[in-house]
Design a binder for this molecule. Structure first.
Ligand SMILES: Nc1ncnc2c1ncn2[C@@H]1O[C@H](COP(=O)(O)OP(=O)(O)OP(=O)(O)O)[C@@H](O)[C@H]1O
Ligand SMILES: [Mg+2]
Length: 174
């Protein structure tokens, strides 16, 4: 490709990224599809947090991600266990699906062993708000996704993406 064309294509890709700051999800299948999309580029050491009100669709997104990784059964919510670990051969990449809603004390998170898990797998964490402000110190490189419930019941997905997610998020095709 000629140098000028290359520059133009890069510019177009950049401008698309600049305008895309939210994705509207029409139904649960659309939320799951975003999870599937994420799985295609998710690797060891990646951390994704999912915030949003009760019932916003966090577990639905996790369900899509785990299904894309090959998990065949129903994906339960980890609300009571706090964490469910998925390991090969059930899934292609180890994933710790975490729900901190019932975390009593932010210090208790150490007991879940997430620091060790992230060395060989990815973390998917619902209710990161429960960690308080320490989250920025502990996981500064996380992809932070946020789901809002709209008046018409669709969901709005917004995010904060660190620089190393630049080529993976946001998706251009949605
Ligand atoms: N885009 C969407 N539009 C409409 N409904 C949706 C959408 N995404 C998910 N849902 C529905 O929202 C409900 C709650 O979803 P889900 O359990 O994933 O939420 P959650 O955020 O994990 O809740 P909690 O805070 O209790 O963990 C489910 O019935 C799911 O099918
Ligand atoms: Mg949930």
């Amino acid at each position: 490709m000629c140098p000028l064309c290359k520059k133009y294509v890069a510019f177009l890709a950049d401008s698309k990224k600049m305008i895309r700051q939210e994705i509207i999800l029409a139904d649960a299948a659309a939320t799951e599809e975003i999870g599937r999309y994420l799985a295609r580029s998710l690797g060891i050491g990646d951390i994704i947090t999912l915030s949003g009100d009760l019932g916003a669709g966090k577990t639905s997104l996790a369900r899509g991600l785990l299904t894309e990784f090959g998990f065949q059964d129903e994906v339960p919510s980890p609300s009571f266990a706090l964490m469910i670990a998925y390991e090969p051969p059930e899934v292609s990449v180890p994933v710790a699906h975490v729900d901190l809603y019932r975390l009593d004390n932010a210090d208790d998170i150490q007991e879940l062993g997430l620091d060790e898990f992230v060395f060989y797998g990815a973390l998917l964490v619902e209710w990161p708000e429960r960690m308080g402000t320490s989250i920025d110190r502990i996981w500064p490189d996380r992809l932070a996704l946020h789901l809002d419930i709209l008046e018409d019941n669709r969901r709005r997905l917004t995010w904060q993406a660190p620089s190393h997610w630049e080529n993976r998020w946001p998706p251009l095709e949605y």
